[in-house]
Design a protein. Structure first.
Length: 590
């Protein structure tokens, strides 16, 4: 049982997920198993009645019983199959959704770990790939339950006449078991290799089918390289599965030959027993029918047990992924007064790396302060933002909001990341998400300058974004999308707002407006602005200059300009873009 612990765990999960699916599947299996056995026994009884010239009335009753039983079982089977199929599809969807839910709820840092992403892909294999779910739930259970019923029936009905026939049955079953182990060992090795290839194919398939990539693909003629990558990985996958099919073909041919040989042996032996007068014609049909079925059923049973053992390893990945701790946030809403932020000796490195991205960060931000975090690309700005908002935990050090170390500081913060995502929901659902705090959406739209664009939409704030579901869905420009993301951040009742490169997709005029209205837009919150455009820093109370994961300068704009340090040099290098020509905002704000 130890070798099948994950299969047993999976079947327990299917039971807990949908008891109706499990029950209907069980009854469907029993009806389909009983039907051919009942036909063998009832048909043999009719043959015996014909041979001994039984009363015609009794023969008609027996035939009617055979027809009626088949009709009833056929109706039951059709109903159970239909219902079981629907319930099984729902069950499969729910199991797949459990992987999606885990992906959304596990620690964010896991989403940046290639090992976890590989594990996620392997977790989906039993449900979505290679029909492993169907093998366990729709094939293995019928084989196991059906085989046990067939074996028990054969032992009760026929073995007392021809127990010697169990010997060739056992011989064929053992050989088939050995062949199945060879086939299954090959299958397992190849599936694990294919899972990694499948993740790569999935990425490129997603790239090819994502319409938001259309401009870059066309401008830079990237379709050829994308299709070449897909073709290369598909060919790798084809080669892997060709190995399975080659081994499987040899095994299947050998097993078919052995089962045919077993059939000939059984027919010869039972026919000889009839000739010798040891059994009658009716018993001939019962014994041959049941012993042939027991040979096939026993082979299928042991083959299935072997295959389940190897699948157990696949389900191990499924449960390993589901066992990753989740972070469930209760979306607690707070009063919107601003909060102070204190970082003490914060350092960070990824679990599989010893290189610090942030090192010994000490920072004290008073409530209500507007803080700019600046530095060159790769200096650690976005990582610092993720730590402050609670997406990732520091490797060492402490973070406190209002001198309290919250368990989930993500509940206290709103963030607009540079690579923010909007979804194919109505505009208003992109804003409210899980929060319903009766904020005035229209006032927030006015605050960031998006009212006019929303008023132009067919259904105003109820208009769908994108055209995935609605032909009338709207496509926003980069700047409009960024403004909508800012509204979403403001809609959440939070003490702290973080804007990570909030003007990256905006034109110069809009960027200037955002910077100049920065204090007003975030007036009721502590705000942290991540930027490499130093024009924004003039509107902040405090500036933090990062370099190689360390704070090298700290102060307000005037103070840092007087120090003639790194900040001063970067500001001067950018100054001509936004200071030289007041008439041309494109150069005044870069």
């Amino acid at each position: 049982m130890k070798n099948y612990k994950n299969i047993i765990k999976f079947l327990a999960l299917t039971w807990n997920t949908s008891k109706k699916a499990s029950i209907f599947n069980l009854f469907f299996i029993i009806v389909n198993t009983v039907t051919p056995l009942l036909n063998i026994i009832l048909s043999a009884n009719i043959i015996n009645q014909l041979i001994i010239n039984e009363n015609m009335r009794d023969i008609i009753i027996s035939v009617a019983a055979l027809i009626l039983s088949n009709l009833i079982l056929a109706i039951m089977s059709a109903y159970l199959k239909r219902t079981s199929t629907i319930l099984t599809m729902e069950l499969k969807d729910k199991l797949s959704q459990s992987v999606g839910l885990k992906t959304m709820q596990m620690d964010y840092i896991n989403t940046e770990d290639a090992n976890i992403l590989d594990l996620q892909q392997k977790a989906l294999i039993p449900i979505l790939e290679y029909r492993i779910f169907e093998f366990v739930f729709n094939k293995s259970l019928p084989v196991i339950i059906g085989s046990l019923i067939t074996i028990l029936t054969t032992v009760i009905v026929a073995a007392r006449h021809s127990i010697i026939l169990l010997l060739p049955v056992i011989f064929v079953v053992v050989i088939n078991l050995f062949l199945s182990k060879i086939r299954d060992n090959n299958f397992m090795k190849i599936v694990q290799n294919a899972a990694v290839i499948e993740r790569k194919i999935g990425y490129y398939d997603q790239v090819a089918n994502d319409i938001t990539n259309g401009k870059d693909i066309r401008v830079f003629s990237m379709d050829n390289i994308i299709m070449r990558k897909i073709k290369e990985f598909n060919e790798q996958e084809y080669r892997e599965f060709a190995k399975i099919f080659n081994v499987g073909l040899k095994v299947n041919v050998t097993q078919t030959f052995l089962l045919q040989l077993l059939t000939y042996i059984i027919y010869f032996y039972v026919a000889y027993s009839v000739y010798m007068g040891n059994i009658n014609i009716g018993e001939f049909f019962v014994i041959t029918g049941l012993f042939i079925k027991i040979g096939m059923s026993a082979s299928d049973l042991l083959n299935t047990i072997v295959q389940l053992k190897s699948r157990d390893n696949i389900f191990e990945k499924f449960f390993a992924f589901l066992d990753i701790p989740s972070k469930v946030y209760d979306n607690t809403e707070f009063e919107e007064e601003s909060c102070g932020v204190t970082l003490k000796n914060i350092s960070f490195h990824y679990p599989n790396s010893e290189k610090n991205i942030l090192e010994n960060i000490n920072l004290d931000i008073p409530p209500g302060y507007k803080v700019a975090v600046v530095g060159e690309n790769g200096s650690g700005k976005t990582t610092l933002a993720k730590i402050i908002c609670g997406l990732i935990k520091p490797s060492s050090g402490e973070i406190a909001l209002d001198d309290v170390m919250p368990e989930n500081n993500i509940e206290l913060a709103s963030v607009v990341f540079q690579d923010f995502k909007l979804f194919s929901f109505p505009v208003i659902e992109n804003i409210r998400t899980s929060f319903d705090n009766n904020k005035d959406f229209n006032k927030l739209a006015d605050r960031v300058g998006l009212t006019d664009r929303i008023e132009q939409m067919p259904e105003k704030e109820n208009t769908y974004l994108y055209k995935n579901f609605e032909p009338a869905g709207v496509e926003l420009s980069g700047g409009q999308g960024q403004k909508l993301a800012i509204i979403r951040a403001l809609y959440k009742k939070s003490k702290l707002i973080i804007l990570d490169e909030p003007t990256g997709s905006l034109d110069a005029k809009t960027e200037s407006e955002i910077f100049e209205n920065f204090r007003d837009v975030t007036k009721d919150k502590t705000a942290i602005l991540i930027s490499h455009r130093l024009y924004s820093c003039k509107f902040c109370d405090m500036i933090i200059m990062l370099e190689n994961g360390k704070i090298i300068e700290q102060g307000n704009h005037d103070t840092l300009m007087k120090q003639n340090g790194k900040y001063y040099k970067m500001f001067e290098a950018q100054a001509h873009y936004y200071l030289e020509n007041n008439e041309n905002s494109e150069f005044r704000v870069h």
